[in-house]
Design a protein around this ligand. Structure first.
Ligand code: DGL
Length: 283
């Protein structure tokens, strides 16, 4: 274990910020939800914009990146780490949980829990769809998490790699995005899934488009909302909730192109950022 990952002496303070990281801007969907559900909490967000995307990279590489960023967040004195990236959660959550002495919350378990929250069908097994990056889908993390909760669940998982660049481009309602989404999502309609997990940070931004494509019979599960609710439960259980009534502070740190991040982040969060810091990491 790297010694800097453990806070010396006492455990974390409830007034400390929550550390949140993602491969880039997508994790802001989780930040937005945490800020909405837990306004008094302070946050330090790291977006690894120099090395995005994580989706097509090997599990070892994503683990190495995740360890480096978690190490940086620990140095900032965070009380908990939220792995807002589905791909990093799929490849690195166990590793981070084994190494860090503070709570580590991923996005896969909360999303899986929400996917099986409804009643089991009267006939046959529950049918759940999952969409994510190639790395997330290949890891089988969502299938394992869903089957741990409902061993009989019939899970259909599919990688949708073209959706991330379309979102990065801001094409949230573009006909090209709709065409791509129709192609990717047709098997879920044929299969008759009851719920579809949006297992990638970027997909909640396409929620209206995806809802239109799959129709009203498929319930969409947004892992950002569920993760924020999980953060609240974990902090409560650990006695680490911020006690103040006012708004928490927000810091945004990226590994490259802070101006571009600030532009997209303003769109995501609905308010301009005061400042974006830059952190230099090895390639
Ligand atoms: N943040 C990633 C995820 O949620 C999507 C973008 C990427 O491939 O890095 O899986």
């Amino acid at each position: 274990m790297h010694p800097r990952w453990r806070r010396p002496g006492l455990g974390p303070l409830s007034s400390a910020p929550i550390g949140v990281f993602d491969s880039g801007v997508g994790g802001l969907t989780v930040v937005r939800e945490i800020a909405r559900q837990l306004p008094a909490e302070s946050l330090v967000y790291v977006g690894d914009t120099a090395r995005v995307p994580y989706g097509p990279k090997s599990p070892d590489t994503v683990r190495r990146y995740s360890r480096e960023i978690a190490g940086y967040l620990i140095e900032q004195g965070v009380k908990a780490v939220v792995v807002a990236c589905n791909t990093a959660t799929a490849h690195a959550l166990d590793d981070l949980r084994a190494t860090l002495a503070i709570p580590v919350i991923g996005v896969v378990e909360p999303g899986a829990r929400a996917a099986v929250a409804g009643p089991t069908p009267a006939v046959g097994s529950r049918r759940v769809g999952v969409i994510g990056t190639v790395g997330t889908i290949r890891s089988g993390a969502y299938e394992r998490a869903i089957r741990a909760l409902d061993p009989l669940a019939d899970v259909l998982a599919r990688a949708c790699p073209l959706l991330v660049p379309l979102v990065e481009e801001g094409w949230l309602t573009h006909p090209a995005t709709e065409l791509v989404a129709r192609e990717y999502l047709a098997p879920f309609q044929t299969h008759g899934v009851e719920s579809l997990v949006l297992g990638c940070t970027h997909y909640p931004l396409l929620r209206p488009l995806i809802a239109r494509v799959v129709g009203p019979d498929i319930q969409l599960v947004d892992s950002a909302q569920e993760t924020a609710a999980d953060v609240a439960c974990v902090l409560q259980a650990a006695g680490l909730c911020a006690s103040g009534q006012g708004l928490g502070t927000r810091r945004f740190v990226v590994t490259d192109a802070p101006d571009q991040f600030a532009r997209v982040a303003t769109h995501f969060l609905g308010a301009p950022l005061e400042a974006v810091e830059t952190l230099a990491l090895a390639a």
